[in-house]
Design a protein around this ligand. Structure first.
Ligand code: CAA
Length: 286
């Protein structure tokens, strides 16, 4: 297996919110980064989001203009999956659909050197099932970043049925090299983070739908009462209601009725109100 000290180039699959965030923190940490998406437009949107985020970090003196420019110089956007042959580790952050992830991992298995670790940013899907799409399941691991990636300190390392201990160790070390702190979860539905976060959000939505309080008071109550930075409804909007629904449906399928998605969550997603990214969710955004 290619060791942590041999990592120079990081491949990222997906230039969306999570993919571009991961590409950004890897480039800022000094790695060469290849960020790949299927359409040039998505690649450019990802690079623009990174530019915007790096500018915010310059504005609050977290990094300098020079560090921003250096990070961007280390970053290459591409639509060519074959370019990931140059990578010493790959982090996949495509959509949360098992079929798509398995196809990507089968393709990566062909393209990427056989000693390279393949990580997935999946938030709820089984690492073991994704790994089984490759001929190197012992080198597949979960590396679950939190949104917004450049700001959130934590990364969840998830071990599949066949993940080798050395690969788990590398995952922790690599996340730490990106300036993150880690915790570890077994490959059980939702891992630690979403197994607990998603029902909290889901219950917040139900409480709103059942008239327990206004949405503002539900969020305010949880923030003031439990010292979290965002209440369940604002956090749902921040994450994306479609993503919350997908995650809750996976938990429901795997763990049963206590995870049944709230009626209002499904209705909002059906209406196309997905939160901040569409301008409408539980709240309205400019
Ligand atoms: N890039 C760079 N900087 C950013 C940024 C980004 N994408 N987003 C926010 N920031 C910076 C801002 O510039 C700001 O800096 P200053 O305070 O120095 O000006 C700072 O972060 C705080 O941002 P804001 O003032 O805009 O707003 P805020 O105080 O409400 O913080 C937040 C925003 C960091 C998102 C905070 O509300 C928060 O931590 N919320 C909880 C987020 C959370 O729980 N994320 C995990 C979701 S679950 C998940 O991701 C897993 C999954 O599988 C679904």
């Amino acid at each position: 297996m290619r060791g942590f000290d041999e990592i120079e180039t990081v491949g990222v699959v997906g230039a969306g919110t999570m993919g571009n965030g991961i590409a950004q923190v890897a480039a800022t940490a000094g790695y060469d980064v290849l960020m790949r998406d299927i359409e040039q437009e998505y690649v450019e949107d990802g690079l623009a989001a990174i530019d915007d985020s790096l500018s915010r970090l310059v504005a609050n003196d977290t990094i300098t203009e020079t560090e921003k420019a250096d990070a961007q110089a280390r970053l290459t956007g591409t639509t060519d999956l074959d370019r990931l042959a140059e990578a010493d580790i790959v982090v996949e952050a495509a959509v949360e659909k098992m079929d798509i992830k398995r196809d990507i991992f089968t393709d990566l298995d062909d393209v990427v050197d056989e000693d390279v670790v393949l990580a997935t940013n999946t938030s709820t899907l089984s690492i073991t099932t994704i790994a089984a799409a490759t001929a190197r399941p012992e080198q597949v691991v979960g590396l679950h970043f939190m949104n917004p990636v450049p700001v959130m300190k934590g990364v969840e390392v998830v071990t599949g049925e066949k993940t080798a201990d050395a690969v788990t160790d590398l995952a922790h070390e690599f996340a730490e090299a990106l300036g993150k702190e880690t915790w570890e979860s077994d490959d059980k539905p939702g891992f630690v983070s979403n197994r607990i976060l998603m029902p909290w959000i889901n219950e917040g939505i139900r409480a709103f739908d059942e008239g327990v309080a206004t949405k503002e008071d539900i969020d305010r109550g949880m923030k003031l009462g439990t010292n979290v930075p965002m209440g369940p409804l604002e956090l749902a909007d921040h994450i994306g209601l479609d993503i919350c629904l997908d995650a809750t449906e996976t938990l429901h399928e795997e763990l049963g009725d206590r995870y049944t998605p709230a009626y209002l969550l499904r209705r909002k997603v059906d209406a196309g109100d997905l939160g901040k990214k569409t301008g409408e969710g539980f709240y309205s955004y400019e």
